[in-house]
Design a protein around this ligand. Structure first.
Ligand code: F6P
Length: 340
């Protein structure tokens, strides 16, 4: 009989509850018990936890957010916090821990594994899809669906008013949401952090499109995109959006100024992260949760479950947090075919 702890850390995303539910189901099937740790790593620091059973985890598959709550923690954690985590993990009688989170949550997990021998398994969540070591993290598909639905809505109003609408989507350091939602929503121009924005080129392609008789344009810009030639902005970590310096608004103003076309901006923000997970994310979260318990059963610690070529497997957490996963360049080339 094992006792497994589970926590959800970092910013929330749709599908976290699918993982929690799957971990509990699979654990009970194996004869294990599960302790739910409240509010990410803070719950272990503060010893805030409760047993998770079928009753508590029933009816949560389609619920956004996380029933465990979350908090933002960055590596390196203070020594006292690391010690408190290890102390409360032992005091809670746990044999292993599942840390569900993004880059920062997993970096803390890696520190605890490497420096204190914490028997931990990671599960990747990210609406940004920026984690290396997995083709997709759960949460991303839902964010793309939501952003696509918003682009569709903005399309009709842009067309009716013969306007340019700049739609700013989330994504932090990478342009995955902008790229996939931009393609799905038929955007005329997609701007991502991986390729600095050439404003002259953007304005020219809008003007040539308008000369062809198209009197409206949809531009999707990722929040982390930068204008060519401008100094790099201060990078953020998980947490307060230091990086969010209104790139949508900035380029909308410049485009209107340079082209003379009436331009509006719409910042989708946290709408992309809230609400019910897509069917894909519910299934991915479920597959990840089950695999995480399998890894614990096999004592494979320091690993993160992953998806590669639609197969669930695992990689070292150290691999996953090494660098951000940039957008798929082939997909970006496809998007260029439809630009302007
Ligand atoms: O990493 C997910 C994400 O939603 C990013 O796309 C965004 O930049 C950031 O989190 C927002 O964080 P917060 O909720 O702290 O504003």
């Amino acid at each position: 009989m094992k006792k497994i702890g589970i926590l959800t850390g970092g910013v929330d995303c749709p599908g976290l509850n699918s993982v929690i539910r799957a971990v509990v189901r699979k654990s009970l099937h194996e004869g294990y018990v599960v302790t739910g740790i409240k509010n990410g790593w803070n719950g272990l620091v503060e010893n805030d936890m409760r047993v998770l059973d079928l009753r508590i985890t029933s009816g949560i598959l389609d619920r956004g957010g996380t029933i465990l709550g979350t908090s933002l923690c960055h590596s390196p954690l203070e020594t006292e916090k690391m010690a408190a985590i290890m102390e409360n993990f032992k005091r809670g009688g746990m044999d292993a821990l599942i840390a569900v989170g993004g880059e920062n949550t997993l970096k803390v997990a890696l520190d605890l594994y490497e420096q204190n021998g914490l028997p931990v398994v990671g599960v990747p969540k990210s609406i940004d899809n920026a984690l290396s070591g997995t083709d997709y993290a759960f949460g991303f598909d839902t964010a793309v669906d939501v952003a696509t639905a918003c682009i569709d809505r903005l399309h009709t109003t842009a067309e009716s008013h013969h306007r340019i609408i700049v739609i700013e989507v989330m994504g932090r350091h990478t342009g995955w949401i902008a790229l996939e939602a931009g393609i799905a929503g038929g955007a005329n121009i997609i701007l991502v952090p991986e390729y600095p924005i050439d404003l002259q080129e953007v304005c020219e392609s809008i003007s040539s499109r308008h000369k062809r008789g198209k009197t409206f344009s949809i531009i999707v810009v990722s929040e982390g995109a930068k204008i060519k030639g401008q100094a790099a902005r201060e990078n953020d970590d998980e947490g307060p959006r230091k990086h969010a310096d209104n790139i949508g608004k900035i380029i909308a103003n410049l485009i209107e100024e340079k082209t003379g076309y009436e331009t509006r901006v719409s910042v989708l923000g946290h709408i992309q992260r809230g609400g019910s997970p897509s069917a894909y994310d519910r299934i991915l979260g479920t597959r990840f949760g089950v695999k995480a318990v399998d890894l614990i059963k096999e004592s494979q610690f320091g690993k993160m479950v992953n998806l590669h070529n639609n197969k669930i497997n695992c990689v070292d957490i150290s691999e996953a947090v090494k660098k951000h996963k940039s957008i798929n360049k082939d997909l970006f080339s496809i998007a260029q075919l439809f630009s302007a």
